[in-house]
Design a protein around this ligand. Structure first.
Ligand SMILES: [Mn+2]
Length: 469
């Protein structure tokens, strides 16, 4: 087998639990196909669908599966290699052999799916599927169910979505071990960035080093990395700037390990050996927000409240710098912290870096009674619900000084009771700072995934001093 699997009982148990949650109809789990990058046969790196990996494990293109919730029958649909295929790809186990490795006894040619689905629909049975995020799966489902392509997303089964979220949110021991490896490789990517960067380098040189570590560990990237001197731009994928003494480098990157479990870490470090005084002061604010967030992680705590606590720490820190004023709690309630902290505090992580986000973010991070805020800043909080043992998530507070946002709010005199706009000018070209770690929620608290990165000012300056000596 060209991919690694858990024991077959892991997959069988997961499907058994799923069948108990859904009492009628068929569950259709779509695998992902290869996707042409610039012409049909020149593919993007292959990524199997995470739900397919979770229930069926097989990390190959051209598959789909159906679970009959009434008979209990499970079928993997796919085609064995022809001689023409083998010439190009080499031999592989048969679909039946791979299915057996995940405790599935029935297989069928891929084209049979349509017949099975049409027959079920004719008998008045429901077809449960998740919202497809790839166009070719959307088109296939539209064809099989005989519905418009534009109607596919809203025809997805909310019952299936909620059932899957209620399983995948709680990581099993075997998964936690893989997440630990992914976070460990991710930590090595960041250590490499901190050890490799020198003033005068281009951002892309550091990015290349970061990527190398992921691939040299038989992994890949869990998302497109960020290596930038403009950390204030949250998803800054441009990496063509020269890194200069006196600046900071923000690196947000993570590995997917060979079983597709994701890590997602961020470090911010000086281009030279030391932070400037102002950089150090703001870094300490972010670190304080991070430390106090981690201290709150335990079952029963709303992640929304952890976010609000981080926001308050950032405001209190900014008050020390005389950039903010007034009552910190009132400033948080009003949303004034979003001058510096425009994004959320973190998200679930697992097989996906934003775990299960294809199923719909509100189903993962919120509940029927806890809805997402629409307030600027807090509306970007992907996870708000109460934490439970087995959840894995990121903690990633930051301070981002966005000149355009400063100008916009200043022009409106927005939150003038909380923001000292004159003092704010000192931070106009500050850029941004984020620190991010991945945690498992345990019965009594939390546990860091991977290994501890240098994070205090002293630790970061020490590793930078070593790198530049
Ligand atoms: Mn993240």
């Amino acid at each position: 087998m060209q991919f690694r699997l858990f024991q077959s009982s892991v997959y069988k148990n997961r499907r058994t639990v799923l069948k108990q949650k859904i009492s009628d109809g068929l569950i259709l789990i779509m695998g992902n196909d290869e996707v042409g990058m610039n012409y049909k046969d020149n593919w993007y790196p292959y990524r199997q669908d995470s739900c397919f990996l979770y229930y069926f494990g097989i990390n190959l293109a051209g598959l789909a599966a159906i679970i009959d919730t009434e008979s209990g029958e499970e079928t993997i649909f796919g085609d064995d290699l022809s001689m023409d295929d083998i010439v190009w790809t080499g031999p592989q186990p048969t679909i039946a052999e791979m299915a057996a490795a995940v405790a599935v006894t029935k297989t069928a040619p891929y084209k049979d799916i349509e017949t099975v689905i049409r027959k079920a629909i004719t008998s008045g049975r429901k077809i449960h599927f998740t919202p497809p995020y790839r166009a070719n799966n959307r088109i296939k489902i539209a064809q099989w169910l005989n519905i418009a392509v534009r109607a596919v997303h809203d025809s997805a089964s909310v019952q299936l979505i909620k059932s899957i979220v209620s399983q995948r949110s709680y990581k099993e021991e075997c998964e936690i071990a893989e997440m630990d490896k992914a976070a460990g490789i991710s930590a090595d990517m960041h250590l490499a960035a901190m050890r490799y960067t020198k003033p005068g380098m281009k951002e892309y040189e550091v990015m290349a080093k970061v990527k190398e570590i992921a691939f040299a560990n038989n992994g890949s990237l869990s998302f497109h990395p960020i290596v930038t001197i403009h950390g204030e731009t949250l998803h800054n994928v441009y990496a063509g700037n020269t890194i200069k003494e006196g600046q900071m480098v923000l690196c947000d990157a993570g590995a997917a390990n060979d079983m597709n479990y994701a890590g997602d870490l961020t470090c911010t470090f000086p281009a030279g050996k030391k932070f400037t005084q102002l950089q150090k002061e703001v870094y300490e604010i972010v670190l304080q927000a991070h430390t106090s967030s981690v201290a709150m992680l335990q079952p029963g705590v709303l992640y929304k409240d952890v976010y609000l606590n981080a926001a308050q720490k950032i405001i209190e820190g900014m008050q020390q710098l005389a950039v903010m004023k007034g009552n910190a709690a009132e400033a948080v309630a009003a949303g004034a912290h979003a001058m510096f902290f425009q994004c959320g505090l973190g998200h679930m992580i697992g097989l996906d870096v934003h775990d299960m986000e294809d199923l719909g973010e509100p189903y993962v991070g919120y509940t029927d009674t806890l809805k997402k805020s629409t307030q600027f800043g807090m509306k970007s909080l992907r996870l708000g619900r109460a934490l439970e043992a087995g959840f894995t998530l990121t903690v990633e507070p930051g301070v981002y000084c966005i000149p355009q946002l400063m100008d916009s709010w200043k022009a409106e005199n927005k939150f003038a009771e909380f923001i000292n706009y004159d003092a704010l000018e000192h931070l106009r070209n500050f850029s941004g700072i984020r620190v991010e770690e991945d945690y498992l929620i345990t019965q009594t608290g939390c546990q860091l995934l991977g290994k501890k990165l240098p994070m205090t000012v002293d630790e970061v300056e020490n590793i930078r001093a070593q790198a530049l000596s």
